[in-house]
Design a protein around this ligand. Structure first.
Ligand code: 13P
Ligand code: SF4
Length: 301
């Protein structure tokens, strides 16, 4: 029996569903029931009938799964898969901004710990951040923890005072402008599609900057046949699956999130069998953290 067949049997036995982010390995995406970006997966996680969710992603995603589906068991194939950016803001930074501005809204990227969410007013993902910040009544916004996505949002809501902290995604920030330019020189007809977690020079040179799903949808709708992609390499699988007639070029130094790559078929099978690695959120943080996610889902409708 193949490991894929074994996973299927255990999934049915445990009434489990497998969610996978586009950044995990292709072989994991292939066996998932749902693949998507952070926004899509959080919407799905809130409305599943199954008893068990196997969340193929990093720990903030498992926490979000627990918060949105408190009656479910959320299992993480690798409990050490964590997003470094999810920790890159302090309570002191939030408290100082709150003390300074009476009308402050603290907007936290979903790539943040449940604790950070519990200090915030609303969560956002890269797919809905501009829309949500634009529609908040507050003029003063503290955007945490991603300075790059925050800067990208700020540029599109000039009527607001958007303040940033110093967090960043090490994988997207390392995408090199020079390597993108080299690809463009080699493929002059290609459109450049990047994730807004990338640096400003990389976003500025792009034809489109948007969430992982935004990039996939753009490539599918475009008349062009070639694309230079500035995001995590795992997305290549979905891009090629949806567009077998199009070519996708990644930077010479491929953007690889080593935490997402910790998820393997063997680890998925192990947690299905043992129900080890259950995600959890501290009771003292859960109510406030959940409120930021439900507010996001309402405001993004
Ligand atoms: P999205 O899924 O919102 O595109 O975010 C990308 C990411 O870095 C997830 O960790
Ligand atoms: Fe975090 Fe970046 Fe990895 Fe996404 S790609 S999980 S933001 S380190």
């Amino acid at each position: 029996m193949t490991i894929q067949e074994e996973i299927k049997i255990w999934k049915e036995k445990k009434d489990a569903v497998i969610l996978a982010h586009f950044y995990v390995d292709a072989e994991v995406q292939k066996i998932a029931d749902y693949t998507g970006d952070s926004f899509y997966l959080s919407k799905i996680a809130a409305n599943l009938p199954n008893k068990v969710i196997v969340y193929c992603g990093v720990s903030f995603m498992g926490e979000s799964g627990c918060l949105l589906s408190p009656d479910k068991k959320v299992l993480m194939p690798d409990i050490n898969a964590d997003c470094p950016m999810a920790h890159m803001v302090t309570k002191q930074e939030v408290d100082e901004a709150r003390a300074k501005y009476d009308d402050l809204a603290v907007v936290c990227y979903i790539n943040s710990t449940a604790e950070i969410k519990s200090w915030s007013d609303v969560s956002v993902t890269s797919a809905n951040a501009v829309q949500i910040v634009k529609n908040l009544p507050n003029k003063n916004i503290l955007f945490i923890p991603d300075k790059n996505l925050g800067r990208f949002v700020a540029a599109q809501v000039p009527e607001k005072n958007v303040m940033l902290v110093k967090g960043y995604c090490p994988i997207h920030e390392a995408i090199s402008l020079e390597e993108i330019k080299e690809l463009k020189a080699a493929h002059p007809d290609a459109e450049i599609l990047v994730h807004p977690e990338s640096s400003k020079p990389v976003c500025d040179i792009a034809d489109y900057a948007g969430s992982t799903s935004g990039i996939i949808n753009y490539a599918a709708k475009s008349d062009k046949k070639e694309f230079i992609i500035g995001t995590e390499i795992g997305v290549k699988y979905e891009l090629e699956k949806q567009n077998p007639d199009k070519s996708f070029y990644f930077p010479a130094t491929p953007p690889v999130c080593k935490d997402m790559k910790l998820i393997t078929l063997e680890k998925i099978l192990h947690v299905l069998k043992t129900e080890e690695n259950e995600a959890s959120v501290d009771d003292t943080q859960a109510k406030a953290a959940k409120a930021t996610l439900t507010k996001m889902l309402e405001l993004a409708k």
